[in-house]
Design a protein around this ligand. Structure first.
Ligand code: FES
Length: 67
């Protein structure tokens, strides 16, 4: 899904950048151009980054599938 329409940046590209160490919208702007034009994508880009960093920092919990 496109997050930054102005620069045709997708959520997958943002997740990949996060895995490669991007931790802020500023870093996404430098790497991908996110939020470098109208800026309306900044909040959603931040949410994706936050989600990725939570997954990196929280231990995985084993949740069994319901029978
Ligand atoms: S939608 Fe990202 S800068 Fe406009």
């Amino acid at each position: 899904m496109y997050v930054c329409i102005c620069n045709a940046v997708t959520d997958k590209q943002i997740r990949r950048a996060a895995r490669q160490g991007a931790e802020s919208v500023s870093e996404l702007r430098e790497r991908l151009g996110v939020a470098s034009n109208c800026g309306s994508c900044a909040d959603q880009a931040r949410e994706i980054l936050d989600h990725c960093s939570e997954r990196r920092t929280k231990p995985r919990l084993y949740v069994p599938c319901p029978a």
